[in-house]
Design a protein around this ligand. Structure first.
Ligand SMILES: *Cc1c(COP(=O)(O)O)cnc(C)c1O
Length: 374
């Protein structure tokens, strides 16, 4: 059996150990410490925001962003529909109610026209959460303009899009608050972790306060609010500092993987996950979409790859189709359109590992092509 080819697995270098070693040598394994401070500074300056708070996960960053928006029981939050559940779960942590917004075919992300329709139907949501799916930026300026028009804060879930740009600006700068993730399969990883980003210093201070059990400034342990244990450890942040140095290298490799698939599949009835000319994705995952009337299914391809020890993955199942969100409102551009369901039915995430070799990718290509010969 050939060595397993992964969808997207951690790619470590040598700098990560150097920062971990430093933390050990100075006994700053926890809590917090220099790696956390520097990881925050390095990330904030890379992205181009003034402040960042390192947390245990991207989900924690989204949760605290929603708390800053004062989401409370029964409040509506407009959310990307075609995304990982972590984008939308934190709304429920605060008792809020998700309204799902359909995607556009051009980027698979939140359709600004559907968002506008949602505001016509439900004028007063507490926040809007937009995700940049698979590393491809949404039409972020258009979405931000709509949110500004209705004076509703935008939260940007940039968990999958670190390093991608829209109109020359990094993702993670368009939201009033933004979230990054360094989970195991993301473009860089700290084994697990996330970051909250904002230009508002007071907001970031509040996030750090909540994330460290909401301790009032007193020598005794006094609490006026409910807190969380959400802060990143100094060891984990050391991995992040080492990884960040290699982010651009990872993006270049991911882009090359995407271009190789695109070229190889140009005569098949498929297309690759699309992006706007105004954006430069980070190409976190390469995905294919089978043409509408083609009888080949993503499951056939996934099983054919699986037999050869190659990992692929269905597209995220849209939130409006999830049992847990049954009965939630779902806003599309019109009654006949459901882009999320369409992409889910005909799409597949292909192996996009930074360490994939040319030979391995060639095998993937041949197996995929074989599925269309029968
Ligand atoms: C990974 C991911 C998250 C959550 O990040 P964690 O660090 O795993 O909590 C949120 N949103 C999207 C779109 C993701 O892919």
């Amino acid at each position: 059996m050939n060595k397993r080819v992964y969808l997207s697995s951690p790619t470590m270098h040598d700098l990560e150990m150097k920062y971990i070693q430093e933390a050990f040598d100075t006994n700053w394994v926890a809590p917090l410490g220099k790696n956390v401070d520097e990881f925050e500074n390095e990330m904030a300056s890379f992205i181009g925001v003034s402040h960042a708070a390192a947390l245990i996960s991207g989900t924690a960053a989204l949760h605290l962003a929603l708390k800053l928006c004062n989401v409370q029981t029964g409040d509506l939050v407009f959310c990307s529909d075609l995304t990982f559940s972590a984008t939308v779960n934190p709304v429920s942590y605060e008792g809020g109610v998700q309204v799902f917004i359909d995607s556009e075919r051009e980027t698979w992300n939140m359709d600004p026209r559907a968002l506008e329709r949602a505001f016509q139907k439900f004028p007063k949501p507490k926040a809007v959460i937009v995700a940049n799916l698979y590393g491809i930026p949404a039409q972020l300026e258009e979405i931000k303009e709509i949110c500004d028009h209705y004076s509703v804060p935008l939260i940007e879930d940039a968990a999958e899009s670190l390093g991608a740009t829209y109109r020359g600006k990094q993702t993670g700068t368009f939201g009033k608050y933004s979230a990054l993730s360094f989970n195991g399969n993301k473009i860089i990883t700290t084994s697990g972790g996330g970051m909250f980003l904002a230009d508002d210093e007071a907001a970031v201070k509040k996030v750090r306060f909540w994330a460290t059990q909401a301790r009032d400034p007193a020598p005794h342990y006094q609490h006026s609010e409910i807190g969380y244990n959400y802060r990143m450890s100094n060891i984990v942040a050391g991995i992040g500092r080492g990884q960040l140095v290699y982010l651009n290298e990872h993006i270049q490799k991911k882009k090359q993987i995407y271009e190789t698939y695109k070229q190889a599949f140009k005569d098949l009835p498929v297309s690759m996950n699309p992006y706007s000319k105004e954006s430069e994705p980070n190409f976190w995952l390469s995905c294919l979409l089978i043409d509408k009337d083609c009888p080949v299914t993503p499951t056939q391809i996934r099983e054919a790859l699986g037999k050869e020890n190659i990992e692929s993955r269905p597209i995220w199942k849209p939130m409006h189709l999830q049992p847990v969100f049954q009965g939630h409102e779902y806003v599309t551009v019109d009654a006949d359109t459901d882009v999320g369901a369409e992409v889910f039915e005909r799409g597949l995430c292909l192996p996009s590992d930074v360490k994939i070799t040319g030979e391995e990718q060639e095998r993937v290509v041949e197996i995929v092509k074989g599925c269309f010969l029968k």
